[in-house]
Design a binder for this molecule. Structure first.
Ligand SMILES: Nc1ncnc2c1ncn2[C@@H]1O[C@H](COP(=O)(O)OP(=O)(O)O)[C@@H](O)[C@H]1O
Ligand SMILES: O=C(OP(=O)(O)O)[C@H](O)COP(=O)(O)O
Length: 482
């Protein structure tokens, strides 16, 4: 069952008149935390049965007319304005700041190893180009500390240009006089890619002065960076205070449309698989997942913090020392709740972090000093596959191991193949996160999954029932009677 904390109540508001202005009256208790798709109709059975309707955050409700006859009622919620709501005259000749998530994986020679996030950003950009806008495209790449050439967005330009069918201009900075000159010379339908916005520490600190400088480049704002919508950064949140309108892009809208529906009332048993290397940002999610999921499978860099919390030696594996207490309490909570939290029983270890490392398979309890766990072992793969066999919905974020190195890719590939098999049997399979999606693409099974999400952390936070600051900050749409 979904937890009460993960849901938000909405009053059903009696409406004697069905005019939108009535619905927008400030005296009405209008909740402010909802993303809605314009004019999407949804089933009203829940509303009809309940005088106080409970909706998951992000529901696709804009306004609902509750049935026919005299007791017609509205459910009012805040709809976020979308780029599709803007008219051609809103866009023609306008400078549009588009925040996308172009944080794609690059190999050692700066080749893009998976272009999913670039392709996903294209519909919004093409729509703006077709309507004569001047597109100022912004993204982060990785987690640079200051200006770091290996995190430049330059390697993205050829693929972006190819997909858009024009030569994308690249700026060497994201603010300042040189960027302003490039913006001034941008033709209608042109695209200027700004340099990595995280080269400025002010971005992640969401400093208003920095947000203001970004905003000063443009006339209006489109957020299409679903993968970064869970971050309250200058280019995802702060900038909206200085640019009006601030609207959602097609990708952001599409992701919310799918994910909110799929995870608010999932078919059960519902399993979550969490791995990857962003331990500190994802370990906290587990507590909420315990409320939502029937089965929780853990892999990737996450597991060693749990092993260590249980007193096992982990060699030189990835560990978040300050999360040991949290790991212990999560295991206890899972037990108390009767949720099956499964940790790998064996691991593939390496004597160095390299593709040509020596490797061996050992029980989870026997990682020697000087060795590090880089994948889950064959026994764990079998146990995980068996556990997944019974599920009806699976959400996966974070590879099971360092899949970029062939020697340590088996666990990730096995999960990808298992989910593909389950998808074929009608199980809802949702894959989120740049690297997880890259892994699924590598195995060649992306097409058969129910939904490929461009956000790992963002989709998990949505699943938790959290508000995504990048969504909340956007303008509300005008309520329209259904
Ligand atoms: N045991 C491990 N030790 C170190 N890194 C790992 C381990 N398992 C997985 N990884 C790394 O995690 C990265 C992906 O993590 P993350 O960014 O959290 O996933 P996603 O992008 O899918 O959200 C991959 O680059 C992978 O090599
Ligand atoms: O790759 C991303 O997140 P994800 O790995 O959770 O999918 C996004 O680009 C956000 O990056 P961040 O987690 O460094 O803020």
């Amino acid at each position: 069952m979904a937890s009460a904390a993960a849901r938000t109540s909405l009053s059903l508001i009696p409406a004697t008149s069905s005019s939108p202005s009535r619905a927008r009256s400030p005296s009405l208790p209008i909740p402010s935390l909802f993303f809605c798709s314009p004019l999407r109709r949804v089933g009203l059975s829940a509303a009809a049965a309940d005088p106080l309707l409970t909706l998951p955050v992000g529901s696709n409700f804009r306004s609902l007319n509750r049935g026919s006859g005299k007791a017609s009622r509205w459910v009012v919620c805040m709809a976020k304005k979308s780029v599709g709501d803007l008219t051609a005259s809103d866009l023609k000749g306008k400078k549009v700041f588009v925040r996308a998530d172009l944080n794609v994986p690059l190999d050692d020679t700066q080749n893009i190893t998976d272009d999913t996030r670039i392709r996903a950003a294209v519909p919004t950009i093409k729509h703006l180009m077709a309507n004569g806008a001047k597109v100022i495209l912004s993204s982060h790449l990785g987690r640079p500390k200051g200006v770091t050439p290996k995190f430049s967005l330059a390697p993205l330009v050829p693929r972006l240009s190819e997909l858009l069918g024009i030569q994308v201009v690249k700026a060497d900075d994201c603010i300042g006089p040189e960027v302003e000159k490039l913006v001034a010379s941008l033709p209608e339908g042109g695209v200027l890619l700004l340099e990595n916005v995280r080269f400025y520490k002010e971005e992640e600190k969401n400093e208003p002065e920095f947000a203001k400088k970004l905003a000063s480049l443009a006339d209006l704002y489109v957020n299409d960076a679903f993968g970064t919508a869970h971050r309250a950064h200058a280019s995802t949140e702060g900038v909206t205070k200085f640019l009006k309108p601030s609207v959602a892009g097609f990708l952001l809208q599409k992701e919310l449309d799918y994910l909110v529906g799929a995870v608010s009332s999932p078919k059960r048993p519902f399993a979550a698989i969490v791995g990857g290397s962003k331990v500190s940002s994802k370990i906290g999610v587990i507590e909420s997942l315990l409320e939502k999921c029937d089965i929780l499978l853990l892999g990737g860099g996450m597991i060693f913090t749990f092993y260590k919390a249980q007193g096992l030696s982990v060699g030189s594996s990835l560990v978040e020392e300050d999360k040991l207490g949290l790991a212990t309490s999560l295991l206890e909570k899972a037990k108390a709740k009767g949720v099956s939290i499964m940790l790998p029983t064996d691991v593939v270890i390496a004597d160095k972090f390299a593709p040509d490392a020596n490797s061996k398979i050992v029980p989870a309890s026997a990682i020697p000093d000087g060795w590090m766990g880089l994948d889950i072992g064959p026994d764990s793969i079998k146990t995980f596959n068996d556990a997944l066999e019974t599920t009806k919905t699976v959400i996966w974020n974070g590879p099971m191991g360092v899949f970029e190195f062939d020697k340590f890719a088996q666990g990730t590939e096995a999960v990808a193949k298992k989910l593909a098999e389950l998808s074929g049997k009608g199980v809802t399979t949702i894959i989120g996160g740049g690297d997880s999606v890259a892994a699924v693409e590598k195995v060649g099974v992306a097409e058969v999954m129910s939904h490929i999400s461009t956000g790992g952390g963002a989709s998990l936070e949505l699943l938790e029932g959290k508000q995504l600051p990048g969504v909340l900050a956007l303008d509300e749409a005008t309520l329209v009677p259904v």
